[in-house]
Design a binder for this molecule. Structure first.
Ligand code: SF4
Ligand code: SF4
Length: 97
């Protein structure tokens, strides 16, 4: 099984990632400095100076970077909905075993 799985499910099938609200973000880059997983990418010369480049690198159910975001510009999917989707995918996988 590939390394990039969570609870036996292919990570790319799990929608867990930070979303930046650009109406609130002040591009302080604290989230990028904090996260050790290269989820974000800085684009200094662009108008939008920070993007979520590698959403699948985000650790499922981690929300740590949002705590260092002063303007509260980072949101995540609802955890219970993500759990439900993972369990649906697992059931689907089991039915094909
Ligand atoms: S910590 Fe918040 S305000 Fe700062 S760059 Fe990240 S999303 Fe934007
Ligand atoms: S939630 Fe955790 S893993 Fe995901 S981007 Fe933020 S600090 Fe990185």
């Amino acid at each position: 099984m590939s390394e990039n799985t969570f609870m036996g499910v292919d990570r790319s099938k799990i929608d867990w990632k930070p979303t930046i609200d650009y109406s609130k973000c002040n591009f302080c880059m604290e989230c990028d400095k904090f996260c050790p997983h290269q989820v974000f990418e800085v684009h200094e010369t662009e108008d939008i100076k920070l993007i979520v480049k590698n959403p699948n690198n985000c650790v499922v159910f981690c929300r740590a970077c949002s705590k260092c975001c002063g303007p509260d510009a980072i949101t995540f999917p609802a955890k219970n909905e993500t759990i439900q989707k993972i369990s649906e995918i697992r059931k689907e996988m089991e039915s094909h075993d």
